[in-house]
Design a protein around this ligand. Structure first.
Ligand SMILES: [Zn+2]
Ligand SMILES: [Zn+2]
Length: 155
């Protein structure tokens, strides 16, 4: 769960960025954004659609998918660049890294200044233009480890 203060901060930033970009903060856009901003699970488009539909039954799948694409294009959310499976979305625009659970697939954010500062080696620069770099730490999350004590001991 995203703490309430952080959720308020993201919602404020959303309204502010919509104004700055001349993008109408329509009810549907706000609902799609709220769903992402209130979850730290980095959901895929289908999950966002299923959840928003509970609050806004009239919304169509197409609208949700299109809204996600618009929000990404405007920089209000970003793709969560997690390998494997359908593309997932992230409302945390601050520089952060991911802990990916190899059992349940849950993706959790963490901050680390040392990782932010990791130098990109020349061999990587030689591959193309760098846009961003993010560290993925893979492992077994606390709730998965709890439900399988054997796995925790093995670690
Ligand atoms: Zn897990
Ligand atoms: Zn994230």
């Amino acid at each position: 769960m995203v703490p309430k203060a952080e959720l308020e901060r993201r919602a404020g930033l959303f309204r502010q960025m919509c104004r700055a970009k001349g993008l109408k903060a329509t009810h549907q856009r706000a609902e799609v954004f709220r769903e992402l901003a209130g979850s730290d699970e980095h959901p895929d488009a289908e999950t966002v659609y299923q959840r928003v539909r509970r609050r806004v039954p009239a919304i169509s799948r197409d609208t949700v998918y299109r809204t996600l694409a618009t929000l990404v294009a405007e920089g209000l959310i970003r793709p969560a660049a997690i390998p494997g499976g359908p593309s997932r979305y992230d409302a945390n625009l601050a520089r952060h890294h991911h802990f990916v659970c190899t059992v349940c697939g849950k993706v959790q954010d963490f901050r680390c200044e040392a990782m932010d500062a990791l130098p990109i080696p020349p061999s990587v620069r030689a591959l193309g233009r760098i846009e961003s770099a993010q560290v993925h730490v893979r492992g077994v999350c606390l709730s998965c480890a709890k439900s399988d004590p054997k796995r925790r001991r093995r670690r």
